[in-house]
Design a protein around this ligand. Structure first.
Ligand code: HEC
Ligand code: HEC
Length: 350
């Protein structure tokens, strides 16, 4: 557990102990496949579980968090909001290789989706934030992203009468602080789940929900061992795995993964397994954004993670299956933000 010292909440250290070498991955997938063979009558045991509706949401805080998520005044430029890089009209991503931050800076890494991110064991590709609340303060003060700082962002919010009353109503106590801001944003993010995909309909017993090609793709996904890492309700998000198990991944990106958090050499190039929910919408793929299409991503995964070379027909079937994971996208009226007042600190776009 010594690698966990830098991580305050003990919660995620548990997961870091889950070491997967290839042998264990294969054993895990055999166990999964074996269980499925036993349970193949009926829908009892699948490695992927349906997504349920969000539970126990504090509506007032989530509604406030929605506004903050869309509010560019949390950035120094007054131009960049969470939604700039996690566009909820585009699967919760920016569909760029790497994001554009303050002053048009090129970001170092691909923006993961915020959809279903509450199901992740930790946040960021390397898991350095234990949960959504801990994550949400980061981008506001990151000079390469929103480039503000927490004091300035709080001063902006405090100057806006519409916000002071809404924070008061949502939290019952003042004054506005960064803790309330990140709490509200996290509460909103918990609502960003995508139930009712065609795959979930199939899981629920609708045998006609998938075509025969999609079904064949799912069988390949299970039998090849993809499910050893991509499983559970989010079809990922539940462990850190080495990228390049059988063959190394070649990239210009300098991201090193989990080792940056634990300091353990064995964690070099381990990344949080991304969710494959809505993966049809969240291109381009991988932490460096270098895989432009699902065809390329599936081919790379087969070769590097499992030592498998899929035929183009097999690849197309897996891609067809992956596209059945697109669920109902969050849908709501665009929030109308309370106006600044005369004393609100002015944006500095340039
Ligand atoms: C300039 C683009 C940009 C902005 C603005 C931005 N993000 Fe991100 N976000 C990213 C990138 C890039 C990552 C991945 C960083 C990493 O893993 O090192 C990320 C990661 C995340 C994650 C983790 C998801 C996962 O699966 O690990 C969440 C949640 C998130 N951002 C929410 C937010 C919220 C909330 C805001 C607004 C307060 C915000 N982001 C603003 C680009 C951005
Ligand atoms: C040993 C664990 C492991 C196995 C097995 C595995 N993956 Fe992955 N998968 C990962 C990791 C880790 C990443 C993130 C890689 C990165 O960008 O750093 C990933 C990324 C992906 C992505 C890109 C998602 C995104 O949003 O960037 C797709 C698509 C994918 N995997 C599909 C598959 C398929 C299909 C299979 C089976 C052929 C498979 N994976 C097998 C661990 C695994």
């Amino acid at each position: 557990m010594d690698g966990c010292v830098k991580l305050t909440p003990p919660k995620i250290c548990r997961h870091f102990d889950m070491e997967y070498d290839m042998k264990k991955v294969l054993i895990a997938s055999l166990v999964v496949v074996g269980t499925l063979a036993v349970a193949s009558v009926g829908f009892a045991k699948e490695p992927i579980e349906p997504i349920g509706p969000p539970q126990g949401i504090n509506v007032a805080q989530a509604e406030l968090g929605k506004k903050l998520f869309f509010d560019p005044r949390l950035s120094k430029s007054g131009f960049i909001s969470c939604n700039s890089c996690h566009n909820l009209s585009m699967g919760g991503t920016d569909n760029l290789k790497t994001s554009i931050g303050h002053n048009w800076q090129q970001g170092p890494i691909n923006s993961p989706t915020v959809l279903n991110s509450s199901m992740n064991i930790a946040q960021f590709w390397d898991g350095r934030a234990p949960d959504l609340k801990a994550q949400a303060g980061g981008p506001i003060a990151n000079p390469g992203e929103m480039a503000s700082n927490h004091t300035l962002a709080i001063n902006v919010l405090k100057s806006i009468p519409g916000y002071t009353s809404e924070f008061k109503a949502a939290f019952g106590k003042g004054p506005i602080d960064i803790d309330q801001v990140t709490e509200a944003i996290a509460e909103f993010e918990k609502t960003l789940v995508t139930p009712n995909s065609r795959f979930d309909q199939w899981l629920g017993g609708d045998k006609d929900a998938l075509s025969s090609d999609e079904m064949a793709g799912y069988t390949l996904f299970k039998d090849s061992g993809c499910v050893a890492c991509h499983n559970g309700p989010a079809v990922g998000g539940s462990s850190f795995q080495k990228f390049g198990v059988v063959e190394p991944y070649v990239t210009k990106s300098t991201a090193e993964g989990l080792i940056g958090v634990t300091g353990k050499e064995e964690d070099r190039f381990k990344f949080k397994v991304p969710t494959l929910r809505n993966v049809e919408l969240t291109y381009p793929y991988f932490h460096d954004g270098e895989a432009a299409t699902l065809t390329v991503a599936v081919n790379t995964m087969g070769r590097l993670q499992l030592g498998k070379k899929f035929s183009s027909a097999e690849n197309a079937q897996i891609v067809a299956f992956l596209k059945t994971l697109t669920g109902d996208q969050p849908s709501f009226a665009l929030p109308i933000l309370p106006p600044s007042n005369d004393g609100t600190p002015k944006p500095e776009p340039f």
